[in-house]
Design a protein around this ligand. Structure first.
Ligand SMILES: Cc1cc2nc3c(=O)[nH]c(=O)nc-3n(C[C@H](O)[C@H](O)[C@H](O)COP(=O)(O)OP(=O)(O)OC[C@H]3O[C@@H](n4cnc5c(N)ncnc54)[C@H](O)[C@@H]3O)c2cc1C
Length: 455
């Protein structure tokens, strides 16, 4: 890029907003997927206002420069990987949060962390439910752009269920406001929801109005161990048929051991699978729900189950589950899967994962938001071993194919990004892919927004 063109961007924004030194830009190149093919941007715009985002996008549109929006970079599918010759617009400095208790909404800038929104809502006795395991380190903008899920989503739904309004900067630099504080609003096409989960390919979210609900009630927790993941998943299917649990999470033996190796949480290393289930129904209904869940576990062959209402004991098990990805990072290079199936097919999915692992002689620990039928098989391999790398890639592709064969999805919550786009046409088919491309073309005719992601 000609130096004068870049200087135009640098000079149009306040000092310090545009970063161009390779060292300073390095941390903006990859997300948690550690995408080896991430490019080198010509600049990172660390925007402080929506107006600055607009300025940067107008400049990019005029010079046909690729733009990668970036939140906290915790994505697991290479969605915010930098593009060669492009700019990355980081929203990390736009963090203002305002709570309107009368309307029960939070008006939030995209860089605010999920945990910060929860905390601000909590000060008013309110709750923002979507809770990705990464909630302490990921941004609301990234959550909206990926339609993030989490642990309590089995009862409370995912990010899209809590979005009432958004400001979005379009590919030509215009800013549109969609929705608002009103709970019901069907004026016009449902454009608001079109941007949720669009992974930065249709526009840049600069503000969101999020629905809040009254704080969650105390939770009762059931922890059950099983000899196999198949037995544990059968218990999940049975529970889903009888109780509206507020959490149904699974860990397999390999992920339990990875967590224990990294930071001991007191989990039993010998068990085949661990189910962490919760009920937040008011007492005594919670006791009844826990009892039903316990019976479902026994019927499915659990070795042991115990329940607790002690928040600290429960928090220890939930933290172990949340920490699985971070623990596995210490075992080798990782390929993150996020495949999901209709809940009754969960046992078939976990059996299929085990068969792929055995066939390729590769370790694939599994954790799961099991109540949603959403699993995270995580392929662990040695990047220095070419053969292992090849087997890992083959296993990755086969897992995507398996989910599609079972009538499920290649991604339940992490997004397609750059990692899973090969398999997207296999899931969506030619007509839906064509529709997707036409939507992209209508909103971003020059293809400057996050090129290479999703499509
Ligand atoms: C330990 C760990 C646990 C995790 N657990 C979960 C989980 O339980 N559930 C879950 O859903 N995810 C989980 N994730 C994945 C990740 O945290 C989520 O995808 C999260 O929503 C990404 O947010 P971010 O701010 O890091 O976004 P980034 O990684 O920076 O970006 C993600 C995508 O959003 C786009 N984007 C970001 N901000 C904007 C914006 N303002 N406007 C337009 N596009 C934007 C980017 O271009 C990219 O395509 C986990 C990740 C880790 C590391």
């Amino acid at each position: 890029m000609h130096v004068d063109v870049l200087a135009e961007l640098v000079n149009s924004l306040p000092p310090g907003v545009v970063v161009t030194s390779p060292d300073a830009m390095d941390k903006y190149r990859e997300d948690f997927a550690r995408d080896g093919s991430a490019g080198k941007p010509v600049a990172v715009v660390r925007a402080e206002t929506a107006d600055q985002v607009q300025q940067a996008v107008r400049w990019a549109a005029a010079h046909r420069v690729p733009v990668v929006p970036r939140g906290a970079g915790t994505g697991l599918s290479g969605g915010s990987s930098a593009v060669d010759g492009g700019i990355t617009i980081s929203l990390e400095r736009m963090r203002h949060i305002e709570i309107d208790p009368a309307c029960q909404v939070a008006i939030v800038e995209p860089g605010a962390l999920n945990a910060e929104v929860k905390e601000a809502a909590g000060e008013h006795g309110l709750w923002y439910p979507p809770d990705p395991s990464s909630f302490e380190i990921c941004s609301i903008g990234g959550n909206l752009a990926t339609n993030a899920g989490g642990l309590c989503c089995v009862k409370y739904g995912v990010t899209v269920d809590y979005v009432l309004g958004m400001d979005v900067v379009l590919a030509d630099g215009r800013l549109v406001t969609l929705g608002g504080k009103q709970i019901k609003d069907v004026a016009g096409l449902s454009l608001l929801k079109l941007f949720v989960g669009s992974e930065g390919t249709l526009g840049i979210i600069t503000r969101a109005t999020l629905r809040l609900i009254p704080a969650q009630a105390a939770r009762a927790t059931l922890v059950a161990s099983f000899p196999t993941m198949t037995a544990a998943s059968s218990a999940v299917v049975a529970i889903r048929g009888r109780v509206r649990a507020s959490m149904l999470e699974l860990m397999d033996n390999a992920s339990i051991n990875a967590v224990e190796d990294w930071r001991p949480h007191g989990l039993d290393r010998a068990i085949g699978a661990l189910l962490i289930a919760q009920s937040d129904a008011p007492e005594p209904a919670s006791e009844a729900e826990i009892e039903i869940m316990r019976r479902c576990c026994e019927d499915a062959g659990s070795d042991e189950a115990f329940s607790t209402t002690d928040p600290e004991t429960a928090a220890m098990f939930v933290a172990a589950r949340r920490n699985a990805f971070l623990a596995l990072e210490h075992r080798g290079s990782l390929l993150f899967e996020d495949v999901g199936v209709p809940v009754p097919l969960l046992p078939k999915l976990v059996e299929g994962v085990a068969a792929i692992a055995a066939r390729h002689q590769i370790e694939i620990p599994v954790v799961a938001h099991a109540g949603d039928g959403n699993t995270h098989p995580i392929i662990v391999y040695d990047a220095a071993d070419g053969g292992a790398q090849l087997r890992a890639r083959q296993a990755f592709d086969e897992l995507l194919d398996l989910a599609i064969e079972l009538g499920g999805t290649i991604t339940g919550e992490h997004g397609v990004g750059r990692a899973k786009k090969r398999a997207l046409p296999d899931q969506l088919g030619p007509d839906v892919m064509d529709l997707t491309r036409r939507v992209k073309l209508a909103l971003d005719p020059d293809g400057i927004l996050n090129p290479g992601a999703i499509l």
